[in-house]
Ligand binder design. Structure first.
Ligand code: CTP
Length: 400
């Protein structure tokens, strides 16, 4: 049920707008209040009268409407809802939102809001597939806009393919899911991610090829299940997810300090590719060639093992400690030994040999090692590995 929830529904200009009338009816049947916003193009497809009659509320359609501004300004309108749903989200509305334009009521609301936004795209298949729309889509995803559809199928314009608006039942299910408290609600999960940089001198450092993609996807998946996530990240090449507490660090020692400061946690997942060694004789000034042709001799010191430190901390240890194992050969044997050596509960092992394309790539093939043995997962997108792992963490904490 959606009792007590207020949905700000932005109706864009597309033939699919007629399906939104049905959506309004279903939302109200489920107990939601619907505040409708009709764009000028939307009003070419559905009338303000039918929208207002179904919503049981005034239709907002003007940015500069003196009566409305006096009663409830557009800024307040954008924030008074629990969720903003844009349906149909036309290519134009998506472009405006991706660019942060504020040139009519709908785009201004989307820019001014601090409320979660859900978009339900609907457009001609060529418009959907156009690189410009796909670029905008990527931007919107990065801005944490939730997307529903589009579906594949026959379109009103006679073409066939992706671009059809999702059906009202699917939109309703997505809206209900957005309000469902996840299984990790009230839980704190710590995630480390990315590489570390270990300085050689003020301008040079030792690093590794980790992009931070797997840790980032995992933090997002845990957040989506309702966890409060502290995300301790080294200098990664992918941006951290929204909606998590980000702590940026550089070196392994900084990462350990940040992890210790973030505890206690119900679970901790160590996805970072931490440098095993740091340069013990790092120079305070830029190292210069001295003309002798001799290369500088770097001395190394072992970095603290963050995973092992937390796994063995006794009092205050998170209930579930998960490590990753990057291996290039005999993955299961090495990872099983690593689990015992580090004292963690689970190890997520992967083969990072260059030919797998896993390190820095979009996919991962993992083996989950626990006290139950080794479980081989199929090769999956890193996002999917993250979702499955987050679900397993939720299940483990649920029974803890
Ligand atoms: N890890 C850590 N601190 C370190 C090194 C590693 O927390 N100083 C964590 C990683 O985040 C990962 C796990 O330990 O979860 C295993 O990392 P990996 O690099 O595979 O293992 P190593 O400790 O480097 O072991 P080996 O040298 O035997 O591969």
């Amino acid at each position: 049920m959606l009792t007590g929830k207020r949905i700000l529904l932005v109706i864009g200009g597309g033939i699919a707008a007629y399906k939104v009338l049905e959506l309004i009816r279903r939302l109200r049947d489920r107990g939601a209040a619907v505040t409708p916003v009709l764009t000028r193009a939307g009003a070419e497809f559905v009338t303000p009268l039918s929208v207002a009659a179904l919503a049981g509320e005034k239709v907002h359609d003007q940015l500069f409407d003196l009566t409305t501004e006096a009663e409830m300004g557009h800024i307040q309108l954008s924030r008074s809802a629990d969720l903003i749903v844009v349906a149909p989200a036309t290519a134009d509305l998506m472009a405006k939102a991706a660019q942060g334009r504020a040139e009519d009521l709908a785009s201004t609301l989307l820019l001014a809001t601090d409320t979660p936004v859900m978009m339900v795209p609907a457009m001609n298949v060529r418009m959907w597939q156009h690189p410009a729309t796909q670029r905008n889509l990527a931007v919107l995803r990065g801005d944490e806009v939730r997307l529903v559809g589009p579906d594949d199928g026959a379109m009103a314009c006679g073409e066939f393919g992706p671009g059809r608006m999702a059906e009202p039942a699917a939109i309703l299910a997505a809206i209900e899911a957005a309000f469902t408290a996840g299984p990790l609600a009230g839980r704190h999960v710590l995630v480390t991610s990315g590489p570390t940089h270990e300085p050689i001198d003020p301008v040079r450092y030792i690093a590794n090829r980790s992009s931070g993609a797997q840790g980032t996807a995992l933090a997002a998946a845990l957040r989506d299940l309702g966890a409060k996530v502290t995300f301790v990240t080294g200098p990664a090449s992918v941006p951290p997810p929204a909606g998590v507490d980000v702590v940026r660090v550089e070196t392994a020692r900084d990462m350990l300090a940040a992890v210790q400061a973030a505890l206690p946690a119900d679970a901790a997942v160590f996805a970072a590719a931490v440098a095993d060694w740091r340069v013990a004789n790092a120079a305070g000034q830029k190292m210069k060639k001295d003309g002798s042709g001799r290369a500088p001799a770097l001395e190394f010191a072992e970095n603290p093992d963050i995973l092992a430190t937390v796994s063995r901390m006794g009092a205050g240890r998170p209930g579930l400690v998960v490590g990753f194992a990057a291996e290039t050969e005999t993955v299961v044997a090495h990872a099983t030994a690593k689990r015992a050596r580090k004292g963690c509960d689970w190890i997520v092992a992967n083969d990072v040999s260059p030919e797998t394309g896993i390190m820095g790539g979009a996919e991962n093939a993992v083996v989950l090692i626990s006290d139950q043995g080794a479980e081989t997962w199929p090769r999956l997108a890193k996002d999917e590995v993250a979702r499955r792992l987050a679900a397993r963490i939720a299940a483990a904490l649920g029974t803890a």
